[in-house]
Design a protein around this ligand. Structure first.
Ligand code: 13P
Length: 340
């Protein structure tokens, strides 16, 4: 892919009214999600679940791209069409989770590093061959007593930059995801301070590694109160702190910032995204790349039953439509009632 194509793909992932579906749960994560509905995790149940999501009628009205787990990238839907082609035929850009998951960072108790750089080039080439046009790498930064350390932030930012440069070398748009985790008792002010440090470090490393920012997307966590903080910041406060933090740290050359939901409820994720877009005047598109916040209600409605597919797709379409409205600052809570 040329530089121009890379940049066009990055922009195509964040169109007005559109966002990204993160459906790249690892084996461990999808097993947990299925356990919630009492479903056995098999190759067939995972295929059926992903097919239910991806074949939702008119999903591309709201979803511009889908992040797949490697297994799904290599799987065909029931009719024999490989999932990446099924998505592309339906007007959605296929992408893939390219990292190999989290491990503890040696010497830094309570902190983690993301693995997957060894052999990455060959894997990325194979992903592209199978139809992927973008990739994602997630770093996780925890907030707690004395953490995050400078060492952990730097190690993760460095890995993200090396991954991003590799992606662009083989013609994939890198989504760079430094997630600041919401677990903990910390205040929103502390989350803002940490997020600011993390983003500064990430963009410094991306610069060092000659990453083309016009052909890169940032997947960011919102600036939130820790889940166990007694004082929970309201929607407007979250929106203002998040946008302020991004403006201080994210270059205007990035075409878009897409948010993860990180454990927030579906409705709150939508409200926060909407409030950020209402602020206006940001140099980048502000959209979504939700996993749980898009999928949870649909998965519950599906409940592993073929007979529930149409009903679950309705629920999924509705959630995507609300986020699509929020992505342009057009969401009002009354929209929730209409679909039900
Ligand atoms: P959540 O929206 O469930 O946090 O998932 C997004 C994601 O892809 C995390 O890497």
């Amino acid at each position: 892919m040329s530089k121009g194509e890379l940049e066009a793909t990055a922009r195509a992932l964040v169109p007005s009214g559109g966002g990204i579906l993160a459906a790249d749960e690892s084996m461990g994560t999808i097993t947990k999600r299925f356990a919630d509905i009492g479903l056995e995790p098999t190759a067939e149940s995972r295929r059926a679940y992903r097919e239910m999501l991806f074949t939702t009628p008119d999903l591309s009205d709201f979803v511009s791209g889908v992040i797949l787990y490697e297994e799904t990238l290599k799987t065909a839907a029931n009719g024999g069409v490989p999932f990446p082609r099924l998505l592309a035929d339906r007007g959605m850009i296929p992408g893939v989770k390219a990292d190999a998951g989290l491990v503890s960072l040696a010497g830094f108790p309570g902190e983690q590093i993301t693995e997957g750089l060894d052999g990455l080039r060959a894997r990325l080439e194979a992903y592209r061959e199978r139809g992927a046009r973008f990739a994602k790498w997630r770093a996780a930064i925890a907030i707690g007593d004395g953490i995050p350390t400078r060492g952990c932030i730097h190690a993760n930012a460095h890995a993200l930059a090396r991954y991003a440069a590799r992606c662009q070398e083989v013609g994939l748009v890198p989504i760079v995801e430094p997630e600041v985790l919401m677990d903990g008792v910390h205040t929103i002010e502390r989350c803002e301070e940490v997020t600011e440090r993390v983003l500064r470090s990430v963009f410094s490393e991306l610069g060092e590694h000659r990453v083309n920012l016009e052909g890169t997307l940032l997947k960011a966590s919102m600036v939130l109160s820790g889940v166990d903080c007694p004082a929970q910041a309201g929607v407007e406060e979250v929106a203002e702190a998040t946008v302020r933090c991004l403006r201080r740290t994210v270059p205007a050359s990035i075409p878009g910032v897409v948010f993860l939901s990180g454990g927030q409820s579906p409705e709150l994720s939508t409200l926060h995204l909407n409030a950020m877009n209402r602020i206006g005047g940001s140099p980048w598109e502000l959209s979504y790349s939700y996993g749980r916040a898009l999928q949870d209600p649909a998965r519950a409605a599906w409940n592993g039953q073929a007979a529930n597919v149409a009903a679950a797709q309705k629920v999924f379409y509705h959630r995507a439509s609300c986020n699509s409205a929020a992505r342009d600052g057009r969401y009002v809570p009354e929209m929730e009632g209409i679909a039900a």
